[in-house]
Design a protein around this ligand. Structure first.
Ligand code: AMP
Length: 305
């Protein structure tokens, strides 16, 4: 794996791959790579002769300095994961390389980026959209792999690519979970043992939402209420939001009955750690199908790396 530190070198590597007929697949990350990231890399490797992984903890998307300072970083371990997965290029720029001066040009994706994470974390999606736009601009034409774990982020990126005619194809990959249902996340490493146990409440809330939908509930607020009740039953967790939304634009429909694809979203804090999760509302309750994709993606006996 070749590590490049500058935008120019990254652009050059992907241009060279294209000239050699190796169509690039790009996996944007903030590092602290775990099996969720690995599933994206594997999906990219299955379809592309050149896989590039970017590792950049983007200060622009953090609304709390404490969260940015605490965010786990381990480039050495990340490079081992990338090398083992057959990644060709790792783009690991410094903050100064990405932002030589504070940007006066930023990207705001209206509507889809405004509720939920956009509301709880003001400026978050402007930071995400801006850094992803910069990455895409540096990478050139490519296929980019994103996880459904960050479902609203995926919708924001898709909308930006379409609105700005970016030459990038976006591929969504299913959520990888620990055996007890917790979605893998770099932030899980920051949980105390007690909070790690309690964190399964997000998965249990999604399950309660799916059960409500399976039982015929079509009122989004009632489904959200069933999910919120589960989160509130866990004293260590504090609920940010629970919702049942139209998966296409994250709007709240009058009735779930008329909505082709319904997504359940949940966000909660455990101590200082904020976790988000989501699943297809019509995936079978109690199962991982549609919440996890292929069972083969399950991590057996280990979390993280
Ligand atoms: P992050 O490093 O947290 O910014 O995530 C980088 C990419 O990995 C994003 O597209 C995430 O949605 C994706 N990702 C993170 N965790 C998971 C997971 N548990 N399953 C699938 N994709 C994930």
């Amino acid at each position: 794996v070749e590590v490049v530190r500058t935008v120019a070198a990254f652009t050059g590597r992907l241009a060279a791959a294209r000239l050699e007929g190796r169509d690039p697949g790009l996996v944007p990350t903030m590092g602290a790579l775990h099996a969720g990231h690995r599933s994206l890399i594997e999906a990219a490797a299955a379809a592309h002769g050149h896989v590039a992984v970017s590792i950049f903890v983007n200060p622009l998307q953090f609304d709390h300095q404490g969260d940015l300072a605490r965010y786990p970083r381990d480039l050495g371990a990340d490079l081992e994961v990338c090398a083992a997965a057959g990644v060709s290029t790792v783009f690991a720029p410094s903050v100064e390389e990405m932002y030589p001066c504070p940007p006066r040009t930023t990207v705001h994706v209206a509507q889809v980026g405004e509720p939920f994470e956009g509301q709880v974390r003001p400026g978050h999606f402007d930071g995400v959209a801006t850094v992803v736009a910069k990455l895409f601009s540096a990478a050139g034409a490519c296929t980019a792999y994103f996880g459904e774990k960050d479902f609203q982020q995926l919708a924001v990126v898709r909308r930006m690519v379409s609105d700005l005619s970016m030459p990038v194809q976006v591929v969504a990959c299913p959520i990888v979970r620990a055996p007890d249902g917790l979605a893998l996340s770099s932030r899980n490493a920051l949980l105390s043992d007690e909070d790690r146990q309690a964190a399964t409440v997000l998965w249990r809330a999604l399950d309660a939402g799916r059960r409500a939908v399976a039982d015929g509930e079509v009122r989004p607020d009632r489904v959200a209420g069933a999910m919120a009740d589960v989160v509130r039953s866990e004293p260590r967790a504090s609920l940010d939001y629970a919702a049942a939304v139209d998966a296409s634009d994250l709007s709240t429909p009058a009735s779930l009955a008329d909505t082709a694809s319904v997504r359940l979203l949940v966000a909660a804090r455990l101590g200082l750690v904020r976790l988000i999760d989501n699943c297809d509302a019509r995936a079978m309750a109690g199962s991982r199908d549609g919440c996890n994709g292929a069972a083969a993606l399950l991590v057996h006996g280990q979390e993280g790396r």
